[in-house]
Write a protein that binds this ligand. Structure first.
Ligand code: EPZ
Length: 430
């Protein structure tokens, strides 16, 4: 089983290139099957979730051609079934975007119930509500979500809650519905905007993405396009917070600073120096960090996907911080792992009370999910001594070349598969 081994206590210093946004790429790859002409998509992160989705798209008959490590050509013309039953796709949540894409194009779709990180219940009732409002019959049988209709007609839908997935999924189906659709209380995340821009580049007619009201005029068919995915807000934020936790000096390149404002604002509040260029942000973190309050909110609020990583930095900041998770329940499991490293954090419901300490100490820990795993890497980088992280497959689902990028910033981290590798690592660096 692969692990990371880290020798902590070294400030991260240098520049890191940020890849394409995982959560935009997963939706856009699913949406690419909605036209019969070839679609070329660039700046796709080379991570496991992407490979899983691409193999499922290939399994239903679409053409999938890798033109490069970060570029793929998809041709939906040869799709032979709307039943997605690819074993591993049950492991990723984004499989459900094939529902909206196939329902929009073929008026029918059968997709396994979503898997993904074990963070909270992760219901899909808003997706179902949206598809039903468009005229589809949606049922769940034998672990499959089945959506079917003779005709898909525009609707005026008010989401009961802000949902990134439901906003994107219903937008996909509505793009090829007859008539106009208005989505109210829509999610405003950068990747929602990226998916809307992608659909419009294929001839869709979508306005208002990025606001809480999205207006869609259904079109009869979509055409081929070439498109490049936006940079990953959460990968960039993870490196920014790692710079702060290790009291380093890191420039994240190939980013959209506007997408990082909530993260930059909080890092500045705790004492980091933040400077911005057109496509880069620099985090200088070697002052003594101080406490603050964090409340995760839909964009443009502080992103839930940055909550575990920021909590680690607050665990090393002077004073008591309060972190409140309002988006995903059960997203504090990593606190038990951090306690093994000396962190003093008390979790009450969806709130973590973080008493900052001067130093964490290395330990053997396990990644409970993707972002919590990244947070444990940050803790290991900041801690005194050695940390070994198990279950790094969760981390590698969402971060391309994570250990390599960290080594380029001076981190002493290696991907290992056995105890002998760990001993070899320790001998090499001591
Ligand atoms: C997307 O998940 C991301 N995943 C998540 O990122 C991210 O945490 C989340 O958005 C919020 O930003 C992908 O894009 C693949 P939601 P999603 O629909 O679509 C509840 C990562 O780390 N809800 O906004 O599931 C749901 O249970 C991953 O990259 C309903 O109750 O997010 C969750 O608690 C983790 N009913 C909350 O809303 C629904 O119909 C937010 O869900 C839909 C959602």
């Amino acid at each position: 089983m692969e692990q990371y081994v880290i020798r902590g206590g070294i400030p991260l210093i240098g520049e890191v290139e940020i890849g394409g946004a995982k959560n935009a790429a997963l939706a856009i790859l699913a949406a690419a099957v909605m036209c019969d002409e070839p679609v070329v998509i660039d700046n796709i992160p080379d991570i496991r979730d992407i490979s899983v989705l691409l193999s499922a798209i290939q399994e239903i008959g679409a053409g999938v051609e890798r033109l490069g490590k970060h570029t793929v050509k998809i041709t939906g013309k040869t799709i032979k079934t709307v039943r997605v039953d690819h074993d591993s796709i049950k492991k990723i949540r984004a499989s459900y975007y094939l529902l909206g894409a196939l329902l929009g194009k073929y008026r029918k779709a059968e997709v396994p119930l979503p898997g993904g990180c074990n963070i909270g219940i992760r219901a899909i009732d808003q997706h179902k509500k949206g598809f039903e409002a468009l005229g589809a019959v949606v049922k769940i049988e034998h672990g499959m979500i089945i959506a079917d209709t003779d005709s898909l007609r525009g609707c005026h839908l008010y989401f009961d809650m802000v949902s990134v997935g439901a906003t994107i999924n219903v937008m996909l189906a509505a793009a090829l519905a007859e008539g106009n659709t208005i989505l109210e209380n829509a999610a405003k995340e950068p990747h929602v905007v990226d998916v809307a821009n992608f659909l419009n580049s294929m001839g869709a007619n979508i306005k208002g993405a990025g606001t809480d009201v999205i207006r869609i005029k259904g079109v009869r068919a979509l055409h081929g396009t070439e498109y490049s995915i936006i940079p990953d807000q959460i990968e960039a934020g993870t490196f920014m917070v790692a710079a702060a936790a290790t009291k380093g000096d890191v420039v994240v390149r190939n980013v959209i600073p506007k997408h990082l404002e909530a993260i930059s604002a909080k890092l500045s509040e705790i004492g980091c120096q933040i400077t911005e260029e057109d496509d880069a942000v620099r985090v200088f973190g070697n002052n003594e960090l101080k406490h603050t309050q964090i409340k995760t909110l839909p964009y443009p609020g502080f992103p839930t996907d940055m909550q575990p990583q920021m909590t680690v930095t607050l665990a090393l900041s002077k004073g008591t911080s309060i972190v409140t998770e309002t988006i995903v329940d059960n997203r504090c499991k990593y606190v038990d792992e951090l306690a093994k490293m000396g962190a003093t954090i008390k979790v009450e419901g969806n709130t973590a009370i973080v008493d900052g300490i001067r130093k964490l100490t290395g330990a053997e820990v396990s990644a409970p999910d993707l972002r919590a795993g990244a947070a444990l890497v940050i803790a290991g980088l900041a801690a005194d001594g050695y940390t070994v992280i198990d279950d790094i497959q969760y981390i590698e689902r969402g971060y391309e070349g994570f250990d390599e990028k960290l080594r380029q910033l001076g981190a002493q981290i290696e991907r290992v598969t056995c105890e002998k590798d760990i001993q070899r690592f320790k001998l090499k660096i001591c």
